[in-house]
Design a protein around this ligand. Structure first.
Ligand code: HEM
Length: 571
């Protein structure tokens, strides 16, 4: 049956308690009493067993049976009946997809395909989807742009149609809530990106002022100081070398964006910040390893090396951030200014948001710590890969002309002076290049949601609790959306802005998400990337090193698997 699609994503009026909405069974298995366990143990060691013991023994067995029965029906509902019910309801409306495989769903196959794809590099072109998400690429080809997959025992519908993605992301009522793995997420960072409802609204309101353009303007000196240090470092590496010099820009940009977020988030405490981003980098890798075993109940509690190390990292990161946050709170309480960095702005906005702190209008210290962790991760990893892929693409010999054009624009605008805020906002070629890199190499390759209540999307009714994957990278590479040259690097498609870039002006460019939950750090990231790119172009020419191997792969964000080696030459 063909899938009928309507223009709007609407919700039905039915409203259910949260546990049911997420498809969780509210029944809890009964526990046997310690008395009956004692009774069993006594009779098992062979003591004479008068009537009361045998009664108790019978009672213990009965209790055990009840427990086992309850566990069995809970597991059957969760792992078998509900998945089949939901999948049946979706298939009846024409959706196709993979068959449910107990208990891992598609996780194992997805992991296997990723490993296979990562085993070999690819030619230096931009047709990266089959390497980054081989499984997703194939199932969408086979089953269509709206299709069913399985995240363990949970049905997950992939929606790769730009209009539907925009509808889902535009929803202001929280009907598509965030689908986050809270226990795993907490090991890296929760914060704004993982909250829903009231809590999200409160945090977004408190954090928003810190990202206003006026505030970002004041952070510009921190951006340029970090970039100057990068240029000075490269200069000193070049001293004494004849001709071009090889640098792995991925590592360099991780340090750069880590320094930027340390300075802009924590001001003078940025040295302490370095340790935090090193730890978070390691944590992200470990989380990706753990994710493929999550279908095993309680997996995170197993005493594996990976699990133990993740907990250690989480403890150390929390301790470091708590130290910084508490120091600042004490300083403010002693009458010092909050400061112009993100932490100071966030604390000030928090204090302005309501009295007293117990009113629930403010964030707690724990909340502030989670937000700081998120700034670190979201602010550093994403922008460092944006810069990395930009330099890699401009370093490919077929795109040297774009490198020259960008340099010409930068030198015309600033000469060899430090780029100004207004000047950076006016750059056209550089902006087009960054957009095209974000299209081809989106740092966040997919967004995840879950239906909070029964919803209609594109004519299909989705029960509550269905996970939804919005594969940004597939849409960004779709020939239907961008034309037959979709796999080519053509910054000129953004010459008239984002809204005119895709075929038929489709809303199909989502590197920062869309709607109410659009990236809060978007302007911050673009400003930082422009500053860094401008200062590099003012000082160096670059091309890919012969040792560079083109191998993009998706960790939490889109990484270069073997680094990003580039030959630098002083202008
Ligand atoms: C190139 C750089 C960046 C990219 C591509 C990027 C991408 C994204 C995307 C796609 C989302 C939406 C996630 C969703 O809807 O599920 C998001 C949200 C978010 N980003 Fe960024 N981001 C970048 C830089 C930053 C920076 C620099 C910061 C902070 C310093 C930041 C902080 C956040 C936060 C806090 C959210 C959650 C917003 C909310 O849920 O209300 N991001 N980002």
């Amino acid at each position: 049956m063909p899938i009928k699609r309507s223009a709007s994503a609407t919700c039905t009026t039915r409203s259910l308690p949260p546990a049911q909405l997420c498809g969780r069974n509210t029944r809890t298995p009964q526990k046997s009493t310690s008395k009956s366990m004692d009774a069993m143990e006594l009779s098992l060691v062979g003591k004479p067993s008068p009537v009361p013991w045998s009664l108790l023994l019978n009672g213990g067995v009965a209790a055990m049976l009840v427990v086992l029965g309850a566990l069995f029906s809970w597991a059957a509902e969760r792992c078998w009946l509900r998945p089949r019910r939901v999948a049946g309801a979706l298939r009846a409306q024409g959706l196709r997809g993979t068959a449910y495989r107990f208990p891992a769903g598609d996780l194992k196959e997805n992991g296997r395909r990723n490993q296979q794809a990562r085993a070999k590099p690819m030619p230096p072109c931009h047709d990266v989807v089959p390497r980054i998400v081989p499984f997703l690429h194939d199932i969408v080809k086979e089953h269509g742009k709206v299709c069913i997959t399985w995240f363990g025992t949970m049905p997950r519908v992939v929606i790769a149609e730009p209009e539907l993605v925009r509808e889902i992301l535009s929803n202001k009522f929280g009907h598509f809530e965030k689908f986050t793995l809270k226990r795993l997420g907490k090991l890296l960072a929760l914060g704004l990106a993982s909250y829903d409802g009231e809590k999200w609204a409160r945090h977004r309101r408190i954090l928003n002022p810190a990202f206003h353009l006026e505030k970002l303007k004041r952070m510009l000196p921190a951006f340029s100081t970090c970039c100057s240090e990068l240029i000075a470092r490269w200069d000193s590496d070049l001293t004494g070398s004849h001709g071009p010099f090889e640098v792995d820009v991925w590592k360099e940009f991780q340090n750069l964006t880590g320094d930027v977020i340390s300075r802009t988030a924590f001001g003078s405490s940025f040295i302490e910040g370095r340790r935090i981003f090193q730890l978070q980098g390691e944590q992200a890798d470990r989380i990706m390893k753990a994710i493929q075993y999550l279908y095993i109940p309680g997996y995170l509690f197993f005493p594996t090396e990976n699990n133990r190390r993740m907990k250690e990292i989480s403890r150390e990161t929390n301790g470091l951030i708590r130290g910084i946050v508490e120091k600042r709170i004490r300083a403010i309480e002693n009458g010092e200014l909050a400061g112009d960095d993100l932490l100071g702005l966030m604390l000030k906005s928090n204090m302005d948001s309501g009295e007293p702190s117990s009113s629930g209008l403010r964030m707690s210290t724990e909340d502030v710590i989670e937000e700081c962790k998120l700034f670190y991760f979201a602010g550093m990893e994403t922008t460092s890969v944006l810069l990395t892929w930009t330099v890699v693409v401009l370093g490919m010999h077929q795109h040297h002309d774009w490198q020259d054009r960008a340099r010409e624009e930068v030198l015309t605008a600033f000469g060899h002076d430090k780029p100004s805020f207004d000047g950076l906002s006016r750059l056209k070629t550089v902006t087009m290049i960054l957009y095209e890199v974000l299209r081809l190499y989106p740092p966040a390759i997919s967004l995840n949601r879950r239906t909070f209540k029964e919803m209609q999307i594109g004519g299909v009714t989705y029960p509550a609790g269905v996970a939804i994957e919005l594969p940004i990278v597939l849409i960004h590479h779709s020939a239907e959306v961008w034309g037959r040259d979709a796999q080519e690097f053509k910054p000129e498609r953004f010459a008239e802005g984002i809204s005119k870039a895709a075929n038929g002006d489709q809303p199909a460019f989502f590197p920062f998400g869309w709607g109410p939950r659009i990236c809060i750090g978007q302007s911050f990231a673009m400003l930082e990337a422009k500053m860094a790119l401008c200062m590099i172009l003012q000082n160096f020419q670059f091309r890919l090193s012969p040792s560079y191997v083109h191998a993009p792969y998706a960790d939490v964000v889109l990484h270069p698997q073997h680094g990003a080696q580039v030959m630098l030459q002083r202008l």
